[in-house]
Design a protein around this ligand. Structure first.
Ligand code: FE2
Length: 377
């Protein structure tokens, strides 16, 4: 799905993009109880249930709920039997992201291009069809148990995927203005960041968009390092984090302990009106991280004039950062499940292409306060 992301001049070379991506197609989570998880994303995040597959539709081993808001599309899948890949994934990781599906024109070609460059195949190109047409998918392995699925839906007119039943109306969903996925962050193990940066560069043709070292991202206690990889047109951005040495346990290490390995740490969801979006999400029960009052007393000096009243930002705990192209507003939820693993960022970009470097210190101190409360710092 297209984002507002600008073209990256360094990718506009004469070499053609061997993996043209039209955006993120969907993100599939494996969860312990998809019906209840779906209720949370509908009531709290305001996503609409648009399609369903399960025993009633002839799918015997799993149930999947497709949720959508703007171009953000999540699929929540649960196992109906103990002996399954889904149940094993949930047993090991808790609820988490299994597949980051990418929207392409040619899934077979995407699979050929990536596997010929060293990607491990998870699923060879396969066509699925029903009365609404056909969809071709193919999958490759990414970090940990996470996979990338290439989805070609050029010849499909149905709501989501062959075999899914369309849900006409969702009376539970209360939309909050989420538009699209801005970026999806992966946490990988000690000293593994560059290995995965190389994977995205060599196997998928991405290039380095921004990077942060442990001087940028460290507090008194813990540290991490991060590099942001982006595809050719900039529609798909994957920051990759690894833990760095600090006096205490890095927040990335806490994630790796509880997720039992590498995986998706957070997804940033874009809005055009962060004040309204966050107010609605809070009202609907989403918990966000808070920053101290001192953050806002220093804000005006740090970022200059902005459209939003600072007292409104402080009331909601929204952070602001500026670079030479503009500014951006962001806020982070607490983990959305009991294991301290997956969380969300809500982001509004006003010209800036940054990831909030100026907020890292305030933010990570907030994360560490929570980590200490859990006894994991
Ligand atoms: Fe982020």
């Amino acid at each position: 799905m297209a984002t507002h992301a600008p073209n990256l001049t360094r990718n506009e070379s004469s070499t053609t993009d061997f993996l043209p991506l039209k955006g993120t197609d969907h993100v599939e989570f494996y969860v312990g109880n998809a019906r209840q998880a779906a209720y949370f994303y509908r009531a709290a995040f305001g996503m609409s249930l648009v399609a369903y597959a399960g025993p009633e539709t002839g799918q015997r081993d799993r149930a999947s709920y497709v949720l959508q808001q703007g171009k953000v599309r999540f699929v929540l899948t649960t196992a109906l039997r103990t002996d399954s890949e889904i149940a094993r994934h949930v047993d090991k990781h808790g609820d988490g992201v299994h597949a980051i599906a990418l929207w392409v024109d040619d899934a077979r070609q995407s699979w050929l291009e990536t596997t010929s460059r060293g990607a491990r195949s998870i699923q060879e190109p396969r066509e699925f069809s029903d009365a609404d047409g056909r969809v071709t998918t193919a999958s490759i392995a990414a970090y940990g148990d996470t996979i990338h699925t290439f989805v070609d839906r050029t010849n499909y007119t149905g709501t989501f995927f062959p075999g899914y039943q369309t849900v006409k109306e969702d009376h539970i969903a209360r939309p909050v203005g989420l538009l699209h996925i801005d970026h999806i962050v992966g946490n990988v193990g000690w000293n593994s960041m560059n290995e995965w940066v190389d994977f995205y560069a060599k196997v998928m043709g991405f290039s380095l968009y921004q990077h942060f070292d442990d001087n940028d991202i460290s507090t008194e206690y813990s540290a991490l390092m991060s590099k942001v990889m982006a595809n050719g047109n900039g529609y798909v951005k994957f920051p990759i984090n690894e833990p760095a040495e600090g006096r205490r346990k890095s927040q990335i290490e806490e994630y790796l302990d509880f997720y039992q390995g590498p995986g998706v740490q957070h997804m940033a969801l874009a809005t055009n009106d962060i004040l309204a979006t966050v107010a609605a999400m809070k009202q609907q029960g989403v918990d966000f991280l808070t920053v101290p009052h001192s953050y806002y007393t220093e804000l005006q000096n740090r970022i200059g004039k902005i459209d939003e009243p600072i007292e409104d930002l402080e009331k909601l705990g929204i952070l602001v950062d500026r670079d030479n192209e503009g500014y951006m507003l962001q806020i982070f939820t607490r983990p959305v499940e009991d294991r301290p693993t997956v969380f969300y960022e809500i982001i509004q970009r006003k010209g800036s292409r940054s990831f909030g470097k100026g907020n890292f210190k305030a933010l990570f101190e907030a994360i560490e306060r929570e980590q200490a409360l859990r006894g994991n710092l």
